[in-house]
Design a protein around this ligand. Structure first.
Ligand code: HXC
Length: 281
């Protein structure tokens, strides 16, 4: 029995350490928090209930059978924000660049299923290079399942995405379908594929910032809603936003006190939307 408990402790510690201290230090050196540190800031203290901690990938190609990390690059579960229930997943860039394996996808889907069942928002902290290349179509299939959940959850529970690192491929297509998208300036990116792949395929040299930085997506493409200065600001903004949304389509809107007079005129609203439907705004 004690051997089983020791083994569980070993796996729990391995899950906590993700890709190891060197990669955690590299994450910090880029001004980024780790997947678990982010959840500490996002959720009320002590409220996080982790689910599916020990899940590992089942890939046996390219030597992957010898590279298993419990949790498989995503921390999932539920918690509260100012006492209100939310479901969360937080991708761990220190584990294969936060890339999505079939099992990693299953964890995200289960969290979304739980959220739809009980009627609570889903918050995704995205820090992922997209589909895990080593798994080929199995990881692409994983994304198909995640996209399907995004569609089923749309209009049922609020879906909020925080882009907190270089996100590529499916790690962009899925959040792009969610209700609110916040990005972190200078450390988060949303692109179909990264600059190195663009250079190899098209010979075009482009920076991460120009390809899909927070400024591009909040001033030109309108893919994202807000660009925040750093991880902590983005997480605190998410906490604030959750206070304004209903738990689900079965719940009323929360009512919050405001010092904004109800009869204040906002003239910019008259010209915000262009007369021509062909004009972007
Ligand atoms: C497996 C990946 C990975 C991926 C990154 N890594 N992306 N491993 N699958 N998709 C690994 C790297 O090999 C590296 O491992 C570690 O994560 C950190 O990555 P770096 O490249 O060192 O980091 P950085 O320079 O910051 O660049 C991050 C990046 C770049 C911009 C995300 O890694 C990149 O361009 N990755 C590929 C992106 C991509 O094309 N993804 C496929 C998307 S296709 P080591 O061991 O060296 O530290 C897709 C299709 C969905 O998602 C469609 C569904 C139907």
């Amino acid at each position: 029995m004690s051997a089983n408990i020791a083994e569980m402790e070993r796996r729990r510690e391995a899950a906590r350490m993700g890709g190891g201290q060197k990669r955690i230090d590299a994450q910090h050196a880029k001004g980024k928090l780790t997947a678990r540190e982010r959840l500490d800031v996002l959720l009320d203290e002590g409220s996080f209930e982790e689910l599916y901690t020990y899940v590992e990938h089942d890939c046996v190609d390219f030597g992957m059978q010898d590279q298993k990390i419990p949790g498989d690059g995503v921390v999932t579960g539920s918690g509260t924000i100012n006492g209100r229930l939310v479901y969360v997943f937080s991708q761990d860039f220190t584990v294969f660049g936060g890339s999505l394996s079939k099992r990693h996808a299953e964890k995200i889907c289960k969290v979304m299923d739980n959220a739809m069942k009980v009627g609570a928002p889903v918050i995704g902290l995205n820090d992922s290079g997209g589909a895990r290349i080593q798994e080929g179509v199995a990881s692409l299939g994983g994304y198909a399942e995640v996209f399907q959940k995004n569609v089923l959850a749309s209009g049922v529970v609020p879906q909020l995405s925080l882009i907190m690192g270089p996100c590529a491929g499916g790690a962009v297509y899925s959040p792009a379908m969610t209700d609110f998208i916040f990005m972190v300036k200078d450390s988060s990116y949303m692109f179909v594929t990264g600059p190195d792949v663009v250079k190899t395929v098209t010979n075009e040299e482009v920076t991460q910032e120009d390809l899909g930085g927070a400024v591009v997506h909040t001033t030109k493409t309108s893919v994202a809603d807000l660009a925040l200065e750093n991880d902590i600001e983005a997480l605190l903004a998410a906490r604030e936003l959750i206070g304004f949304v209903p738990e689900s389509n079965r719940d009323p809107l929360p009512e919050l006190p405001t010092d904004d007079p109800w009869d204040r005129r906002e003239d910019s609203l008259d010209t915000l939307i262009p007369a021509s439907s062909n004009m972007p705004y």
